[in-house]
Write a protein that binds this ligand. Structure first.
Ligand SMILES: [Zn+2]
Ligand SMILES: [Zn+2]
Ligand SMILES: [Zn+2]
Length: 441
């Protein structure tokens, strides 16, 4: 089982589960931002990833769990244990529609902290103190020559073009109608908070089409471990009761965009379902926020005590207003598929948390405690709110979204707890006949 849903949510991040929202304050943070790897940080190559991941290995846990990631050296609390760059990234459809401006390739914020605050508080005249602590580099933003797609840098534009945008760009010979139809259909199925975006699958298909040395095909093959029955079951969970009709329509709409001879194996009903489930099980939420980044910079800034207090009070006030205006949806939110990070298994008492240290789609797992050599690296697939629910509720969610039940120390300890807590009753209302025994295996 390797999968991590999760969106991050402003100033709050963490792995907020599919239910979105989070609410814990853990904005992505990093003070390391040098000129080689910093702002234009989408430039990492395989050597960087290999060098940065020297303290871990992927190996088999057991037959039930499959693969996992293990420490091959000791880590201290706060260390970055693992970093990874996605195979594909995609902003959520609703997020884009609501004018959350993010790089179309790496999700980096494209509006300034002040613009962000003005939009999310709906106070168009708001003046943010210390505006130069905003990290957004608007002068580097570039747009596609043919369509409105925007990028944080020329490097992201080039990567996007080479990897998928050469096919998916809208222009005279490639009108946007087919993509719009797919996008509309997807949004009609997924009101916010959505947990994935069908365009992630479309981009992945284009990358497979352009994958001349078949290396991507091999990596994707490694992901597709589920059986046909599991595929069906999970797709059904994701799409609900109208499952058959929806998956057929989705497939037809996708084919209308990427019907290439060399990827036909993924466009058959079985192949399509496999990819769909692969993304549902393995994708990780990505969230960026120019305001959260600004807040971090303010917190690091040395200021006279009174001034610092004043600006922090202003920040608290802004968060309150944003919360009352737009609720939890403060971030640029999307989803990505990571080749390495997706092997990290779940625990309700995780030893690592998910961060985005460069304010883009590069993920970093940060140790929440000291981790000894040989220990398995675990993150939570649930957000903080869901983590505090009963064992029954946690496992119901994990079973529905990832087809496994958890036997972490917390779940084992709570094995004999009553299932009849308020939250589990609420959640059971829409469900079939799962009982506590099945959930705990
Ligand atoms: Zn970018
Ligand atoms: Zn374009
Ligand atoms: Zn657990």
């Amino acid at each position: 089982m390797n999968g991590t849903p999760a969106t991050t949510s402003s100033g709050s991040c963490a792995t907020a589960g599919a239910a979105g929202g989070g609410g814990d304050k853990c904005s992505p943070s990093s003070s390391s931002r040098n000129s080689d790897t910093g702002y234009l940080g989408c430039n990492y190559n395989q050597e960087f990833l290999a060098a940065a991941n020297g303290g871990i290995e992927v190996r088999r846990v057991n037959d039930k769990v499959g693969q996992g990631v293990f420490a091959t050296k000791n880590f201290k609390k706060g260390d970055q244990v693992l970093t990874d760059l996605p195979i594909v990234t995609c902003q959520f459809a609703w997020n884009h529609l609501y004018k959350y401006k993010a790089c179309d390739y790496c999700m980096r914020a494209l509006e300034t902290a002040e613009e962000n605050v003005r939009r999310l508080t709906q106070i168009p005249t708001f003046d943010l103190p210390y505006p130069d602590l905003c990290a957004t580099k608007k002068e580097l933003i570039v747009t596609c020559d043919e369509c409105p797609a925007m990028y944080c840098s020329a490097q992201c534009k080039e990567k996007a073009f080479n990897e998928y945008h050469q096919i998916l760009c809208f222009h005279a010979e490639n009108p946007p109608e087919n993509v719009s139809r797919l996008d509309d259909f997807w949004r009609s199925m997924h009101y916010p908070p959505e947990t994935s975006n069908i365009m992630l699958l479309v981009r992945l298909l284009v990358k497979l089409h352009l994958d001349s040395d078949k290396s991507l095909l091999q990596r994707i093959g490694n992901f597709c471990q589920a059986s046909a029955n599991e595929d069906e079951e999970l797709a059904h969970k994701v799409l609900g009761d109208e499952y058959s009709l929806q998956v057929t329509t989705l497939r037809q709409l996708v084919i209308s965009i990427v019907n290439f001879p060399n990827i036909q194996q993924w466009l058959t009903p079985e192949g399509f379902l496999k990819l769909f489930v692969l993304i549902g099980r393995n994708s990780q939420g990505v969230g960026t926020s120019p305001f959260a980044t600004y807040v971090e910079n303010v917190e690091k800034q040395e200021l006279p005590v009174d001034e610092k207090k004043a600006v922090l009070d202003t920040i608290d006030h802004i968060y309150e207003v944003m919360d009352s205006v737009i609720g939890h949806f403060m971030d640029n939110e999307g989803v990505a598929l990571y080749p390495l990070q997706s092997w990290v298994n779940h625990s309700c008492v995780p030893n690592c948390e998910v961060k985005f240290p460069e304010k883009n789609h590069r993920v970093g797992l940060i140790a929440l405690e000291d981790i000894a050599i040989g220990e398995e690296i675990k993150i939570s697939y649930l957000d903080l709110a869901d983590l505090s629910r009963s064992r029954y509720s946690r496992n119901k969610y994990l079973k529905e979204h990832y087809l496994f039940s958890c036997d972490c120390p917390k779940c084992l300890e709570q094995m004999d707890d009553e299932d009849g807590t308020t939250d589990s009753n609420e959640e059971m209302s829409d469900d079939e006949d799962e009982d506590g025994n099945e959930m705990s295996e």
